[in-house]
Design a binder for this molecule. Structure first.
Ligand code: CDT
Length: 309
């Protein structure tokens, strides 16, 4: 019998600096209600779903940025989201800025089961951008200033009868992200992203090419690990800065099974058969038979490229 998980990829349109958490949560609930009418088992929202993409703003005083972080999850503003998901019997995943009781800052995603329990947490490992104000860039991308690299690795969790993993935005461009989860038998990777449609260091790069790199990375990760990948954007014009769309659900062969047009709040639902991962995992990407780890040492021994002298 097929193992079908109906997944809703719930894109958020822009969130402005002035928008409060309550208004965003109301939008997320509206998308969830729409997904429920289509029978979704799981809804996936973007990276840093509760606020504008604040790493584009430079706070000289680092502590000022704490306003963008959640000290508890769920907290008073996010509890309604958890309540509605539990009411619908829907699992969910979304990203937020996490401030721990020890004062650590992470770019985090959680996996919440149908009963409303947080069953998984992932902290973004590949943080793009820079730490200090950069006068050479058209705009700032200060993730390295506001977050520290995740400390939880790339775990996977059993949920909804399958094996689920998470990553966040820039992680999707790195093959290691998918492979570490692939080696744990992942059947569905869910991820959210905020990707500026303009390259702050190469103004002539067009959004088409950014969308191409997004699809290329996600489709390759899905195919090479025989897993579903659900990639969800926060899109549109945020505070004068444009984020690309491209929300999509990719099947374990690397094909786009569903893609959401536009840059507004919107949802696409697709019935994903987790057993569709079996063929790839048992044939061309049967890791146990075909991988040659004796030749992969550099992957973990060396960080940067070192060409021969
Ligand atoms: N949010 C995030 O990780 N965005 C990056 C932008 C890279 S350019 C500094 C991304 O990979 O989409």
């Amino acid at each position: 019998m097929a193992r079908i998980v109906k997944v809703a990829a719930a894109q958020l349109g822009p969130i402005q600096l002035a928008d409060d958490r309550a208004s965003v949560v109301a939008r997320m609930i509206a998308l969830m209600d729409e997904a429920a009418t289509q029978g979704a088992d799981l809804i996936v929202y973007p990276e840093l779903a509760l606020t504008t993409f604040f790493p584009r703003w430079h706070h000289k005083d680092r502590a000022e940025a704490d306003q963008w972080f959640e000290r508890e999850m769920p907290g008073p503003e996010t509890q309604p989201l958890f309540d509605r998901a539990r009411g619908h019997g829907m699992a969910m995943s979304f990203g937020y800025a996490e401030l721990t009781p020890e004062g650590r800052h992470y770019n985090t995603s959680i996996l919440v089961d149908k009963e409303g329990a947080i069953v998984g947490k992932y902290r973004k490992i590949h943080l793009p951008g820079h730490e200090e104000f950069d006068t050479e860039r058209a705009f700032q991308h200060l993730e390295k200033r506001y977050f520290e690299p995740g400390d939880l690795g790339f775990p996977v969790w059993r949920m909804l009868g399958g094996v689920f993993g998470m990553c966040i935005c820039n992680d999707r461009r790195w093959p290691e992200t998918y492979r570490v989860m692939g080696l744990q038998g992942v059947e569905m990777v869910v991820l959210g992203y905020n990707t500026p449609s303009v390259n702050s260091q190469m103004g002539e790069e067009r959004m088409d090419s950014r969308l191409f790199h997004h699809r290329l990375s996600v489709q390759a990760g899905a195919y090479q690990n025989a897993t579903w990948v659900v990639a969800v954007a926060k899109a549109g014009e945020e505070d004068g800065h444009h984020l690309m769309g491209g929300t999509m659900i990719v099947d374990p062969n690397g094909f786009i099974a569903a893609e959401l047009p536009g840059e507004d709040d919107g949802v696409i639902v697709h019935a994903c058969d987790l057993d569709a991962t079996r063929f790839g995992k048992e044939t061309i990407f049967d890791f146990a038979r075909h991988r040659r780890i004796e030749h992969y040492g550099l992957i973990t021994q060396r960080t940067g490229a070192e060409p021969p002298p």
